[in-house]
Design a protein around this ligand. Sequence first.
Ligand code: SAM
Length: 271
Amino acid sequence: MRDIVLQDSTFKQLSDFVYEKTGIFVPPSKKYLFENRLINLIKEKNFKGFDEYLYYIKYNSNGRDLSRLFDAITTNETYFFREPQQMDVFIDEIVPRVVQGRTKDIRIWSAACSTGEEPYTLAMMLMEKRGDVRADILASDISDKALESARRATYNSYSIRNVPELYLKKYFRINGQDYELIRPVKAMVRFKNINLIDEKEVGKINSMDVIFCRNVLIYFGDKAKQQTVSLLYDCLKPGGFLFIGSSESLHNITRAFRPMTINRVIVYQKV
Ligand SMILES: C[S@@+](CC[C@H](N)C(=O)[O-])C[C@H]1O[C@@H](n2cnc3c(N)ncnc32)[C@H](O)[C@@H]1O
């Protein structure tokens, strides 16, 4: 089965299809990604090769098949307290600006949350440092498998490697070899499947104070990046804030946001 060859022309059509459905751009140099990640789907359905799979997924597939494709082709790497400087700027600088002079409510969206470590980090930090603030945290991803794992909220020692001792003791309980988040933290986050390039789905989201969209736009093609960032802009309240991954940039993508540097972290503000 491993001998199945992915022809360049089939690769191109698969890559176009994936781009159209997800915004993820897989260049020819990464053909191996499809070869490695789709082989199990092909085996399961007893397809003779990538051609047959391509035809099926384009013309005969259902929602479940697409969901399996999204699970297979997405990269879900994440961990708690990732890019901690950004998290500190969020809690120490952005939260006070948002709740300043009005109600203590804050609406946060972790767009592309993968298995949940990012929104749960925000939830724990808010509980620990801003117990006075009422937070509504929406977390979304295109991968159902990642979301299932996020809802379970049970992690292995690798995922929790950056969690400070205080948080580990206070917000997790040990369950065999695993670490399970305590109920109040879980209860702060609601999960939903949202495809960031789906205008209709993203269009339902509005009045966010802060959006985290970290380490996902790097996988997108330019047009999908521009479209997504423009949709995210519309989801924010005027003056709302966007965090992207620290290795990412909105240079050449949009000039709609005002970039601000706070403690060496770039935060984009809706003007
Ligand atoms: C590398 S993870 C980033 C997780 C987290 N934001 C972080 O920085 O640790 C990228 C996530 O983006 C999700 N993703 C990719 N394309 C997407 C799309 N079109 N809509 C929503 N999520 C998407 C993937 O499923 C994956 O879980």
